[in-house]
Design a protein. Structure first.
Length: 166
C-alpha cells in the first residue's frame, strides 16, 4: 500500500499540496524557490509531501519497488524561516549523494555548499542560519541538535568551499 501511494504521489502530485510549496516531487518549490536533487547515480530524487510526519522530513534510501526519496511535512517546513527551509532541502538532498564526511555533519556542509553554488546563500546569510541554530530549541524540528558546534561548522564549510576533515 505504501509503495502504491508513493508511486501515485510521485506521478500525479498530492491534492491539497501547500500553495507555497507547489511544484512536483522531482521539482519542489522550497521557500518559493524551484529546487532539484540528483542522486549519486544521476537520478532525480523525489520530495514527497506527507502531512502525517511529526518531523519536517525523512530520507528513505529505498527498498524493492520503491526508489530512494525524501518524505516531508510541508506544514512543518513552512514554519521555518526561508533560508532554513532551503538549508533543510540541501541537507536532505545530501543524503542522496556521496559526501566527504558521511552523516549529519557532512549533510550540513554539503547543504551549505549546494546553496552557495546556486547563489542562494551569502556568507552573511550563513550567519543568520548560525543564529537560528544557536537560538533554536534543544531539538530543531527535523530532529537534529542545534548548538555552537553545528553553527561553527556551517561557516567553516562556506569559507573553505569544501567539507572540513575530522
Amino acid at each position: 500500500m505504501r509503495s502504491t501511494l508513493l508511486a501515485l504521489t510521485v506521478l500525479v502530485g498530492l491534492p491539497g499540496f501547500a500553495r507555497d510549496q507547489a511544484g512536483t516531487p522531482y521539482h519542489p518549490r522550497i521557500a518559493g524557490v524551484p529546487m532539484t536533487c540528483m542522486s549519486a547515480q544521476g537520478a532525480p530524487v523525489a520530495f514527497v509531501p506527507n502531512t502525517s510526519l511529526a518531523d519536517v522530513g525523512l530520507w528513505f534510501s529505498g527498498w524493492p519497488g520503491v526508489p530512494a526519496h525524501v518524505e516531508y511535512n510541508p506544514g512543518l517546513l513552512a514554519r521555518l524561516p526561508p533560508k532554513v527551509q532551503l538549508f533543510w532541502f540541501g541537507h536532505a538532498c545530501a543524503h542522496a549523494v556521496p559526501v566527504e564526511n558521511p552523516g549529519e555533519e557532512g549533510a550540513d556542509c554539503a547543504s551549505i555548499q549546494l546553496l552557495k553554488r546556486q547563489g542562494l546563500v551569502s556568507r552573511a546569510q550563513v550567519g543568520e542560519l548560525q543564529s537560528y541554530f544557536l537560538s533554536a530549541p534543544a531539538v530543531v524540528p527535523w530532529g537534529h541538535r542545534p548548538g555552537p558546534d553545528r553553527a561553527r561548522l556551517l561557516l567553516a564549510c562556506y569559507d573553505r568551499g569544501q567539507q572540513p576533515k575530522r
